[in-house]
Ligand binder design. Structure first.
Ligand SMILES: *Cc1c(COP(=O)(O)O)cnc(C)c1O
Length: 410
C-alpha cells in the first residue's frame, strides 16, 4: 500500500507527487512488488499440490502486467476472444489459458480451439453443442469443464454475485450431472474437470466452503458414472480490504479450507483477479477546483466515472489519500469528477484536507476493474498507466490523444 514518509505519499520508493509531475494526471499507478507478492501468496498457498493459478485478466489486461504474471508462472482466466489474444501476446502458455463466459461466439470458440487453450468452462447445453460442432469442423478436440452454479449466496454486491440460483452463470446445480452425461456422448469433447465461480469481493470463507461441498457432491456422482474429473476449478472471488475495518481472508486461509473437501489426487485451479491486482494499483488524480455548494464541500478532480466507474456502478468505496500531508484542517467533502452526471463521484462525505487547487489525491485500491472498465465517455481519452519498481517508474500505457478518439471512425 502507499505509505507516508514525512509529508509525502510514496508507492515503493517513489513519491507520488513526482509521478504526477512526470506523467501528468490522471494516471493509474501500480506497484510491481505488490503484484508479485500477491501472486506468490497464491502459489505458496497451493504448496506442493499440483494446480494452476490463472490470473483473471478481465480485472486488468495491461500487457506489461500480464507479461509479469506469465513470467511468474501464472495461467490466465479469460472471458473473451480479445482476452485470449492479449494473453497470447503477453506470452502466456496457451496450455494455461482457461476460458469462461456465458456468451462465447462461434468465432471466439474457433479462435480458442486454434490457439490450443487449456480448457473451456462451459456454461450451457447449447454452448456444449456449439463447441462440439466447431471442434469437429476444424478437427481439434475441445477440452472442457462445466461451470456449475452451486446456488450459494455470498454476502457481496448483487451485481457481482454469480453463484446464486437465478443468475445467468453456469449450469444450474440440478442439471450438472445431466450435462456431464451429455458431454460424454460427444466425440469432439474431452472432459477435464469442474468449475465454479460464485462471485466477487467475497470476504467470508463460508460461502466458498459451502460451494466446494456442493461441487464435491457432483464430482462424486459424475465419477460414479465413469467420468473422471481431474481438475477442480474454484474460480476467483476472494475479496480485498477497500476499507480499514474490512478483513479479507488470505489465499492460504481460502485454499486450506478447500483442500480437505477433495481427494489428494485432484488438481486445483484458482482464478483470482481482484485479490492479485486491486491493492497493487491506484488512481492518481489532480484537484482542478474546489467549491462549497448547498452547505457541502466538493473537490473536483480530473478523473471521472469514465476513468473509474466502481463508485458509480457498485457504490464501491475507495480510500482517498492526499498525496501531501498538510496541517490544514480536515473537512467533510465529496470527491467528484468533471462529468455531467450526478453519479460521477469517487467518494462521498470524506474527511480530507481541503487540498489546494492543483494538489493531488490518490484513489487507492483501484488496480482491479479500474482501467479495465474505463471508457471514453464524454470524449475523454483513456488514461496513462505507470508501473513502479523500487525507485524506478515505467510508462506501461501512453495517455491517449484526441486523435485516438476518432481512430476507427469512417
Ligand atoms: C471475474 C471472474 C474471476 C475473477 O474474479 P475476482 O473476484 O476478480 O477474483 C474469476 N473467474 C471467473 C469465471 C470470472 O468471471
Amino acid at each position: 500500500m502507499p505509505q507516508f514518509e514525512g509529508n509525502d505519499l510514496y508507492i515503493e520508493q517513489v513519491k507520488l507527487s513526482d509521478i504526477a509531475k512526470k506523467y501528468k494526471t490522471s494516471t493509474y499507478v501500480y506497484s510491481k512488488s505488490k503484484i508479485v507478492t500477491n501472486f506468490e501468496n497464491y502459489k505458496k498457498a497451493l504448496g506442493s499440490r499440483e494446480g494452476l493459478i490463472c490470473f483473471a485478466c478481465k480485472t486488468n489486461s495491461n500487457g506489461t502486467i500480464l507479461k509479469l504474471l506469465a513470467k511468474l508462472g501464472a495461467g490466465a482466466d479469460t472471458t473473451s476472444g480479445g482476452e485470449i489474444y492479449r494473453c497470447l501476446k503477453a506470452d502466456f502458455d496457451p496450455s494455461k489459458i482457461v476460458y469462461a463466459g456465458v456468451g462465447k461466439t462461434a468465432e471466439e470458440i474457433e479462435y480458442a480451439l486454434k490457439s490450443r487453450i487449456f480448457m473451456f468452462n462451459v456454461e450451457s447445453f447449447e454452448e456444449l453443442d456449439a463447441i462440439d460442432k466447431i471442434a469437429a469442423k476444424i478437427k481439434i478436440k475441445a477440452k472442457i469443464a462445466f461451470r456449475i452454479n452451486p446456488h450459494v449466496d455470498p454476502d457481496t454486491h448483487s451485481y457481482i454475485i454469480t453463484g446464486k440460483k437465478g443468475t445467468k452463470f453456469g449450469i444450474p446445480y440440478e442439471e450438472a450431472v445431466k450435462a456431464y452425461l451429455a458431454a460424454k456422448q460427444k466425440k469432439n469433447i474431452e472432459i477435464l474437470g469442474i468449475h465454479s465461480h460464485i462471485g466477487s469481493q467475497i470476504l467470508d470463507i463460508d460461502s466458498f466452503r459451502l460451494a466446494a461441498q456442493k461441487i464435491k457432491k457432483i464430482v462424486n456422482i459424475v465419477e460414479k458414472n465413469g467420468i473422471k474429473l481431474e481438475y477442480v476449478n474454484f474460480g476467483g472471488g476472494l475479496g480485498v480490504e477497500y476499507k480499514k475495518d474490512q478483513k479479507a481472508p488470505s489465499p492460504k486461509q481460502l485454499i486450506s479450507e478447500l483442500f480437505p473437501v477433495f481427494d489428494e489426487n485432484k488438481k486445483f485451479i484458482f482464478e483470482p483477479g481482484r485479490s492479485i491486482i486491486a491493492n497493487a494499483g491506484h488512481l492518481l488524480v489532480k484537484v482542478i477546483y474546489r467549491k462549497i455548494s448547498g452547505g457541502k464541500s466538493f473537490l473536483i478532480t480530473d478523473a471521472g466515472m469514465n476513468d473509474l466507474i466502481r463508485p458509480t456502478l457498485y457504490e464501491a468505496y475507495h480510500e482517498i489519500l492526499p498525496v501531501k500531508m498538510t496541517n490544514d484542517k480536515k473537512v467533510k467533502t465529496d470527491v467528484v469528477g468533471p462529468i455531467c452526471e450526478s453519479g460521477d463521484f469517487m467518494g462521498k462525505d470524506r474527511m480530507l484536507p481541503f487540498v489546494e487547487q492543483g494538489g493531488y489525491l490518490l484513489i487507492t485500491c483501484a488496480g482491479a476493474y479500474g482501467f479495465a472498465m474505463s471508457s471514453e465517455y464524454n470524449s475523454r481519452p483513456l488514461l496513462a498507466e505507470v508501473l513502479v519498481n523500487g525507485d524506478k517508474t515505467m510508462l506501461i500505457r501512453k495517455r491517449a490523444k484526441y486523435e485516438d478518439l476518432l481512430l476507427n471512425e469512417v
